[in-house]
Write a protein that binds this ligand. Structure first.
Ligand code: HBI
Ligand code: FE
Length: 285
């Protein structure tokens, strides 16, 4: 009994996972140190949102109401379900691709329960609750974006069955994780990998270093990516309808067409690319 509330949820504890890889969040198990670290992470990232995130992300973040403590997933899930028909489920970490796709196809977003250590404040390779929640949940309050995610889950299952998982994963990577949008008020981020990273948020929108290319499905699905450094290429959409539209049709014919094509490098432009300029650091609200 004296041991209660002294240990945080264990990283990668799959021992209690159900067949669909969900677990109980066990919110009471987070320590005061965990909540304090969350507040620091939230404070840093939320301050970047006005300047760098798209409107949909900013609106969604306000709905999450999670500045002061690690969120109770069941509570946010109930609000989210009323807003967009999405729900949140708790998972121990990375789950198998087919299970991940199945959750998305059913409008359930898997959120990892454990929080990074203070020494991992700036970056970690695996998703933790800060990345999964702060990065992904705001956009799920947007019904159109939610529709895209659901379709991605459905098409991802089919792509997997036809041996094209890599192409589906690249589409996810360059949109859901690292997507940029050219909004009315300039270039902004909507990708969770960008918006959960203090360093990559200004980099993705303003730096002269990376390439920015107008989003096109075949280009994006052929491009390799790195998981342990800032991206070298970002793909820019004009509207979220463009994404939903891209997945309206069956992906299978495109996948068949691309199957024999070579992969593209993440650090160069190719014929047909439409470059997009970074946002000037001097402008912008
Ligand atoms: N599991 N928890 C979790 N989070 C992910 O983002 C994730 C996953 N399993 C598989 C997976 N992603 C990939 O299939 C997709 O990114 C394509
Ligand atoms: Fe993610």
């Amino acid at each position: 009994m004296f041991g209660a509330n002294t240990t945080s949820p264990l990283r990668g504890d799959y021992s209690r996972a159900r067949a669909d890889f969900t677990v109980e969040q066990s919110w009471h198990v987070y320590t005061e140190a965990d909540h304090a670290l969350w507040r620091r992470l939230y404070a840093r990232q939320s301050q970047l949102v006005t300047r760098y995130a798209c409107r949909e992300f900013a609106d969604g973040l306000a709905h999450t109401d999670c500045a002061d403590a690690i969120p109770d997933l069941a509570q946010v899930s109930a609000r989210l379900e009323r807003a967009s028909g999405w729900r949140l489920v708790a998972v121990p970490g990375f789950i198998p691709d087919d299970q991940f796709f199945r959750h998305l196809a059913a409008r359930r977003f898997p959120v990892t329960v454990w929080l990074r250590k203070p020494e991992e404040f700036d970056y970690l390779v695996e998703p933790d609750i800060f990345h999964d929640f702060f990065g992904h949940v705001p956009m799920l309050f947007d019904r159109r974006f939610g529709d895209f995610m659901q379709r991605y889950g459905e098409q991802g299952l089919k792509a997997m069955a036809s041996g094209a998982l890599a192409m589906a994963a690249r589409l996810y990577w360059y949109t859901v994780e690292f997507g940029l949008i050219e909004a009315e008020d300039g270039l902004r981020a909507y990708g969770a990998g960008i918006l959960s990273s203090g360093g990559e948020t200004p980099y993705a929108v303003e730096s002269q270093k990376p390439l920015r290319v107008r989003f096109a499905m075949p280009r994006c699905m052929r491009t390799r990516y790195m998981i342990d450094a800032f991206q070298q290429t970002y793909f820019v959409i004009r509207s979220f309808d463009e994404l939903t539209q891209a997945l309206t049709d069956d992906l299978a014919p495109l996948i068949e067409q691309l199957r024999g094509e070579p992969e593209l490098a993440p650090d160069r432009l190719y014929p047909g690319d439409e470059p997009v300029a970074p946002r000037s650091p001097r402008l912008a609200a």
